[in-house]
Design a protein around this ligand. Structure first.
Ligand code: GLU
Length: 190
């Protein structure tokens, strides 16, 4: 179980998210990533190297945005490869980071496959992303609230959706997640 940082601000928040990950590095991790809303879509960078490498990637690709989430991963389901690194996307609309374990992910995955969702990672996390996406009807908070009712296990999550560009929703059960209220900007961190 590693680290999560999230932010909604009025400035480019990527350097703050990366700095947040740097401060969580001491916990150990095998991969890391960051996603922001840019040009109306979630865009991400992921690395199986260090946060310094992720930092280089975001600088080179000019990944910038005012709403974002970031993650350091300690793999429990699926190898520490880029495809399994968070943020995990659903339908290019939603990005999600997760610390913890979803015990009933296999059952949820079968149900979501039945609804047409394709799984591109080996993580338990991907079921949460597709579940929230499947329940989204214009209110991300409501969708997350409905989704967590179906999750068994320990988790902290942070989610953003392209149709709610100034919102990051967090939820937790048995894993830490705190909210930081700033002036004109708010944060989430594990
Ligand atoms: N279970 C998730 C995974 O394997 C999250 C691991 C973590 O807490 O970093 O991707």
């Amino acid at each position: 179980m590693c680290g999560i940082v999230g932010a909604v601000a009025q400035r480019n928040i990527v350097p703050v998210l990366i700095e947040g990950l740097r401060r969580l590095e001491y916990r150990g991790y095998d991969s890391c990533g960051v996603a922001v809303l840019a040009n109306g879509e979630p865009q991400r960078a992921r690395s199986v190297a260090r946060v310094a490498d992720l930092d280089e990637q975001v600088r080179e690709s000019h990944l910038e945005g005012t709403t974002g989430i970031a993650h350091t991963r300690w793999a429990t389901h699926g190898a520490p490869v880029t495809d399994n690194a968070h943020p995990i996307f659903s339908s290019n609309a939603l990005a999600l980071v997760h610390n913890g374990i979803i015990e009933n992910y296999e059952t949820l995955r079968e149900t979501l496959r039945g609804k047409g969702y394709e799984f591109v990672s080996q993580t338990d996390t991907e079921v949460i992303a597709h579940l929230v996406h499947s329940l989204y009807q214009g209110d991300l908070f409501a969708a997350v609230r409905a989704a967590v009712k179906q999750l068994h296990g320990a988790y902290a999550i942070a989610v953003l959706h392209k149709d709610q560009p100034h919102t990051v929703v967090g939820a937790r059960q048995g894993s830490p997640l705190v909210v930081g209220l700033g002036q004109g900007e708010n944060f989430l961190a594990s």
